[in-house]
Each structure stands twice: as structure tokens, then as C-alpha cells.
Design a protein around this ligand. Structure first.
Ligand code: S3P
Length: 442
């Protein structure tokens, strides 16, 4: 059953126990989306191994299929095959493109279709996605000649896009967002003349890496790769992709393993792309016992296994805007970690969290306060006291997958059992989270 249909699930979590054993987290969500999108506009077949078979990538596949792309079903452990239609081959869909809960689907799709000349597209999403800002993508695309409209002067879905012949541009993005950057890069593939995106700091670079793997003509320059230029003209060629495990899903086990007494857990096959490993840097500063094992490179992405064992004491941490893009999705679980550090932790420069699947700063504050956490909410961050203990409570994911999984770890650490309402939200990025938890919690 899809999350949209199932808002009633509840999990009960008994406190105590340890996390012991090995776990393989599902494929990286960002890389899964991009592999489907680029495969769709490549020439020939692409095979994708390790695809995340969860609701968000399924939304991407659904939209692409509605535009005439053949994609085999996204099933756990099964190679996905995509028959690409070429840069200009997407069909005008005869239905609305439902992006579900997925911001990545909607934003990257906007870039993908903006240059599909004379075709009309309507993008929509669930109630959460329909409240998330889209002008941040529509506006730069308009600077390239795109026609994008939507509610509230183009900021909210439903959106309508009428494909145009785009022209290249130099675009500075106001926020370091891989979704904005990727939408522009996708649109740039069919524009007349080169396009350069300049980011304020380095967001995840999976699109750039994958574009190169598909044969796009792309130059990355500037400090830490912040200027990215696409020279249109080259066709993309179907290829083979291997998706590593998602560090954002591994984060729950990394923090759980460090915080929960007696834990010793190995998370296998995690993508260790430097634009995603901010959490490891913070955990190192906290003094957590984590060890990267068996480091290797698979299909252009660094990968490794990580062992996390319980740390008796953890130092408080300060996170600021410089590192934020490299751990943006890990803030909810870091809020849980902060409750158990010896001192006060600070999360600054996190205003973007307010426009994720939920307002994660408010939701985490509200939910953890039910457990006795001491958190001060600021406009762009949080100050969290290391109270050292939490109490069981009736919690709610508020439909946010990362909140559901963060609260599961908090519940194990709490005194007394907890319930988590709308727990199936986890299936957005980690369909077998609850069965993994059941197996690992001893
Ligand atoms: C993503 C980028 C991030 C992240 C999201 C996935 C992506 O969003 O929070 O979960 O795949 O590009 P922003 O780029 O908007 O920060």
C-alpha cells in the first residue's frame, strides 16, 4: 500500500536493547532518481543495479513512463532496465504527472521537460509536496526561456510547463540546492549555447558525475566544483549504473549504533561521496566510535562499509551553513544525537529544513519535546541541551520519512515504550526499515 493511502500505521517501540549485526541499507535515493531521469533521455538501454525500490523513485518512474519511457518494475534486488528515448523523445503525457511526496521528482522533472518543445505538461504532488517552493526552480528555468506556471505566482504545484527552445545562461543559485542545480543542468542539455550554474556552496554532485558517465559535455571548475558548465550538443548514451547504499538511510544506524548501549553494527555498501559525508565529520568531532572499512570505488562513486559501536560519551556539536548541504537530510537524526551529548549542541543555517517534506525544525522540536527534550527553536536552527535521557511518548512522524526513523532510534533510547503514528512514512526512502529494526534490535 502506498503511503498516500496509508496514513494510519503505528509502530510500538519498546525501549532498551542494543543494535547488533550487519545491515544493507537500500540504494541511494538521489542517485536512483538521477539514474532513471538520465537513462530516460539517453539513446539505447541503461541497466541500473541497486535501485531504491521505494515510493519516491517509483514516482519518478511513473512520470517517465507517462512520457513514453519503458522502465521495468522497481523491485528489490532486481536489475532495472530503461529504454531511453533520446534528448528530444519524451512524449506529451495524456495525464497529469503525479510526483507524489518527492521534491526531487518534481524539481528535476521541471528541468527535464522545460526544453521539450511545444509539449504541455502538468505536474502535481501530495499535500506536502504541493506546499513546497517551486519558484526556486521555475525562475532560473525562465531565465533560460522556459514557460512554467503554477499556483501563487508559480511557486506551488500544480505546475504547468510548456516546452520551449531554451537558451543557455549563467545562473547563480541563491541556495546550495542540488535539486535546483540539477534541474538547470538537465534543461541545459537541450538549450542553445552553454549554461553555467554557480552555487553558493557545494551541494551533492551526483548529477554532474552521472552526466559525465552518460557522455554529456560538462566542465566543473571553481573552488570545490561550484561552477558547472554544460555544453549542449552531445547525445547521452545508455550505460550501466550501480547505485550504492544511501548514507542518509545509514545515518539512523550510525547514530543508533553510537548512542544505544551495547551496540555493534556494520552498515554495508554505503555511498561515501564527499558531498554527502558531513554526518561522518560531525560524528568524528562528537568522538563517536565509527570506522570505515573496505573502501572502494564502484561506478564512479566512493563506497565503503561503516562499523558503529556504542560510545560512552559524546561531545556536543555545532553545525553551520558551510557543512549544511553535505548533511541536510541527517539533521532529524542529529537532533536525537544532540539529546545524548554532554553539553549543548547548535544547529545553525538550517532554514532549508523548513521546506522539506515537513518543517523538520518544528516537527523534531515538537516530537522530541514530548519525550522531555530541551530544544530552543530559532528561525534557521535549533539549540539542543544534552539532557542525557528521554522518556517514552506517543509520537507522530507527521508524514515525514526521516522523522519516523529518527523517532524510532529516540524511542529505543527512551525510558518506557513509545508509539510512532504514521510510521509507514519510512517507506518513502527505506521500505524495509521496520523489519531491519526488528532484526537488529536484540
Ligand atoms: C536531494 C537534494 C536535497 C535533499 C533531498 C534530495 C537531491 O535537497 O534534501 O532529500 O536528490 O537532489 P536540496 O537540494 O533542495 O537541498
Amino acid at each position: 500500500m502506498s503511503l498516500k493511502e496509508d496514513q494510519t500505521s503505528t509502530h510500538e517501540i519498546k525501549s532498551g536493547g542494543s543494535l547488533i549485526g550487519k545491515v544493507k541499507v537500500p540504494g541511494d535515493k538521489s542517485i536512483s532518481h538521477r539514474s532513471l531521469l538520465l537513462a530516460a533521455i539517453a539513446e539505447g538501454e541503461t541497466t541500473i543495479e541497486g535501485m531504491l525500490p521505494a515510493e519516491d523513485p517509483i514516482s519518478t518512474a511513473y512520470c517517465l513512463k507517462a512520457m513514453g519511457v519503458q522502465i521495468t518494475p522497481l523491485i528489490e534486488g532486481t536489475l532495472v532496465k530503461v529504454q531511453g528515448v533520446g534528448l528530444h523523445g519524451l512524449k506529451e503525457p495524456n495525464t497529469v504527472l503525479d510526483c507524489g511526496n518527492s521534491g526531487t521528482t518534481m524539481r528535476l522533472m521541471m528541468g527535464l521537460i522545460a526544453g521539450q518543445k511545444d509539449k504541455h505538461f502538468v505536474l502535481t504532488g501530495d499535500p506536502s509536496l504541493s506546499q513546497r517552493p517551486m519558484k526556486r526552480v521555475g525562475q532560473p528555468l525562465k531565465a533560460m526561456g522556459a514557460k512554467v506556471n503554477g499556483r501563487s505566482n508559480g511557486d506551488f504545484a500544480p505546475l504547468s510547463v510548456i516546452g520551449q527552445q531554451l537558451h543557455g545562461a549563467v545562473i547563480g543559485t541563491p541556495v546550495a540546492s542540488a535539486q535546483i542545480k540539477s534541474a538547470i543542468l538537465l534543461a541545459a542539455l537541450t538549450a542553445e549555447g552553454p549554461t553555467t550554474v554557480i552555487e553558493p556552496s557545494n551541494s551533492r554532485d551526483h548529477t554532474e558525475r552521472m552526466l559525465k558517465a552518460f557522455g554529456a559535455n560538462l566542465k566543473v571548475s571553481g573552488e570545490m566544483g561550484r561552477h558547472i558548465t554544460i555544453f549542449p550538443g552531445s547525445e547521452l548514451k545508455g550505460t550501466s549504473i550501480v547505485v550504492p547504499g544511501d548514507i542518509s538511510s545509514a545515518a539512523f544506524w550510525l547514530i543508533g549504533g553510537s548512542l544505544i548501549p551495547g551496540s555493534d553494527i556494520i552498515i554495508e555498501n554505503i555511498g561515501l561521496n564527499r558531498t554527502r559525508t558531513g554526518i561522518l565529520e560531525v560524528m568524528e568531532k562528537m568522538g563517536a566510535n565509527i570506522e570505515v572499512l573496505n573502501k572502494r570505488t564502484i561506478a564512479g562513486e566512493p563506497v565503503g562499509d561503516i562499523r558503529a559501536t556504542h560510545s560512552k560519551t559524546l561531545k556536543p556539536f555545532i553545525i553551520d551553513s558551510e557543512i549544511m548541504p553535505r548533511l541536510i537530510d541527517e539533521i532529524p537524526i542529529l537532533c536525537v544525537a544532540a539529546c545524548f551529548c554532554e553539553g549543548t549542541s547548535q544547529i545553525n543555517g538550517a532554514g532549508e529544513l523548513r521546506v522539506k517534506e515537513t518543517d523538520r525544525l518544528s516537527v523534531m522540536t515538537r516530537q522530541l519535546k514530548k519525550m522531555g527534550a530541551i530544544i530552543e527553536e530559532k528561525p534557521d536552527g535549533l539549540i539542543i541541551e544534552g539532557v542525557g535521557h528521554l522518556k517514552g511518548a506517543n509520537l507522530d512522524s507527521e508524514t515525514d520519512h526521516r522523522v519516523a526513523m529518527s523517532l524510532a532510534i529516540a524511542s529505543i533510547l527512551a525510558d518506557g515504550s513509545s508509539t510512532i503514528a504514521r510510521s509507514n512514512a519510512a517507506s518513502i526512502s527505506y521500505p524495509h526499515f521496520w523489519t531491519d529494526l526488528e532484526r537488529l534490535k536484540i
